[in-house]
Ligand binder design. Structure first.
Ligand code: SAH
Length: 257
C-alpha cells in the first residue's frame, strides 16, 4: 500500500481564525487528526465527518505520552494509507518537537509536508501591541525557551549571553523560571529598567497582559498568578504595549457596548 502523507500543521496561537488557508485545506482532507492540548477545539470542526481524532496532548511541557509513541502513531497511520494531520500549537518547528516528528517520518519513508503556523511570540506581540523590531529600538528578535528539556546534557540556556545583544527576547515556557531568568539577564548586564511584558493566552478569550520592567516583571507575574501558556517579551519595544494594546482596548469597547 502507498503510505499516506503526514502534514505537520501549525494551528496558530489560539484564535482559530489565525490558521493558514493551507492548514484549513489539509484539515478538510485528513482521515486522521492527531492534535495537541493547546489546539483550539473549533479547528477540529474543520475536519470532515468521520475523520478520526487522536489527542496527543502535553501540558506544562510534560508529555502525556512519550514523543516516541506519538512518532510511532504518525508512522503507523501513514503506513495504513491514511492522510494524517498532526496539528500543533503555534508553529510546528518552533519549540514544537516538529523536528523529531519529521525525522521519524523521513526515517520510515513516509511522505510529509510542514505547514507553518503563527508562532505564539509573534501573536502575543501583535495582540499586545509590541512591535518586535523597531527602527530605533530593536534590530533583532531572539526566541528562547525558559524550560529546557532537563534530560539534555547541557540543559541551561546561558541567559547572561543574551543580555548584551540589544535584541527583543521572546521567552517561551518561561513563567515558572521567570525570577531566575530575570536575575541572570541582569547579571549579564541588561538594565533592570528594561521594559518587559508577559502575555498569557494571547489571542484567546483569556488573553491578558502584564507590563513591567526586567526588575519587576517576575514579582508582578507572580502576584497576578500568571499561568501557562504565557509569553515573556523583554526589550525596549515592550514599552509600546502601554499605548498600542489594541486587542484589550477593542474588547473593553465591545464589553461596554
Ligand atoms: N510551537 C508553539 C510553542 C509550543 S511551546 C508555538 O510556535 O507557539 C508552548 C509555549 O508556547 C507556552 O508555554 C507559551 O510560552 C507559548 N504559547 C503558546 N500559546 C500561547 C498563547 N496563546 N499565548 C502566549 N504564549 C503561548
Amino acid at each position: 500500500m502507498t503510505p499516506g502523507t503526514v502534514y505537520l500543521v501549525g494551528a496558530g496561537p489560539g484564535d482559530p481564525e489565525l490558521i493558514t488557508v493551507k492548514a484549513r485545506r489539509v484539515l478538510g482532507e485528513a482521515d486522521v487528526v492527531v492534535y495537541d492540548h493547546l489546539v483550539d477545539a473549533d479547528l477540529l470542526e474543520l475536519t470532515r465527518p468521520g475523520c478520526e481524532r487522536i489527542f496527543a496532548g502535553k501540558k506544562g511541557g510534560q508529555p502525556c505520552r512519550p514523543q516516541s509513541e506519538i512518532d510511532g502513531t504518525l508512522v503507523r497511520l501513514a503506513l495504513d494509507g491514511k492522510t494524517v494531520v498532526r496539528l500543533k500549537g503555534g508553529d510546528p518547528f518552533v519549540f514544537g518537537r516538529g523536528g523529531e516528528e519529521a525525522s521519524a517520518l523521513e526515517a520510515a519513508g513516509v511522505p510529509f509536508e510542514i505547514v507553518p503556523g503563527v508562532t505564539s511570540a509573534l501573536a502575543a506581540a501583535a495582540y499586545a501591541g509590541i512591535p518586535l523590531t523597531h527602527r530605533l529600538h530593536s534590530s533583532a528578535i531572539i526566541l528562547l525557551t525558559g524550560h529546557e528539556d532537563p534530560s539534555k546534557e547541557d540543559a541551561t540556556v546561558r541567559w547572561e549571553d543574551y543580555a548584551r545583544l540589544k535584541a527583543t527576547l521572546c521567552i517561551y515556557m518561561g513563567v515558572k523560571n521567570l525570577a531566575t531568568i530575570a536575575r541572570r539577564l541582569e547579571a549579564g548586564g541588561l538594565a533592570p529598567s528594561t521594559p518587559a511584558a508577559v502575555v498569557q493566552s494571547a489571542t484567546t478569550d483569556e488573553h491578558r497582559r502584564i507590563l513591567g520592567t526586567l526588575g519587576t516583571i517576575a514579582a508582578l507575574a507572580a502576584r497576578a498568578q500568571v499561568e501557562a501558556p504565557a509569553m515573556v517579551i523583554i526589550g525596549e519595544v515592550a514599552a509600546f504595549s502601554d499605548r498600542l494594546a489594541w486587542f484589550e482596548s477593542s474588547r473593553q469597547l465591545a464589553a461596554a457596548r
